[in-house]
Design a protein. Structure first.
Length: 165
């Protein structure tokens, strides 16, 4: 059974596609790409059908990540097929938990940086780089990469648990 992870930010053109690309690479490197699917979405539909922000694509490519992406809006009906919904900031976390049809679905929503052991528990947001320059996209990538190891360990534990059920 495939374990499904969806990263969610506001418009699905900067942070969540970046997290999707990085985590997909981590999953592939761990040899879990046949067991784990990774995608992304936005809380809003402003950019539906658009590709990722060119700055996102450029920063990812500069660091060796591939991204084929079309923005889409997160749908409430997706909760039933997802195992983990990763919010990029506290606003997304609140919006997704409000959207969740059940308490079980709301419990699937976690903040990405909660998986980074070095992150400050007081501020687990990945700042939105959209209105700034390339530095903001680089900072976003650093935060995503820092949290990806812990997230991979958590997902691996869940996948292994399913193998033994």
């Amino acid at each position: 059974m495939t374990y499904r992870v969806c990263f969610v930010c506001t418009g699905n053109i900067c942070r969540s596609p970046m997290a999707e690309a990085v985590f997909h690479a981590r999953v592939a490197d761990a040899g879990l790409d046949d067991l784990v699917t990774v995608d992304s979405a936005g809380t809003g539909g402003w950019h539906e059908g658009d590709g990722a922000d060119p700055r996102t694509v450029a920063v990812l490519a500069e660091h060796g990540y591939d991204l084929g992406h079309t923005a889409r809006q997160f749908q409430q009906s997706w909760f039933s097929r997802l195992d983990l919904v990763i919010a990029l900031d506290a606003g997304h976390l609140r919006a997704l938990r409000r959207l969740a049809p059940t308490e079980e679905d709301a419990a699937k929503v976690r903040l990405l940086r909660s998986y980074d052991p070095a992150a400050d528990d007081g501020d687990l947001d990945v700042p939105d780089p959209y209105y700034g320059g390339t530095d903001g996209f680089e900072e976003c990538l650093e935060m995503v990469e820092a949290a990806s190891g812990g997230l991979l360990a958590a997902v691996r534990e869940q996948v292994e648990g399913r193998r033994h059920e």
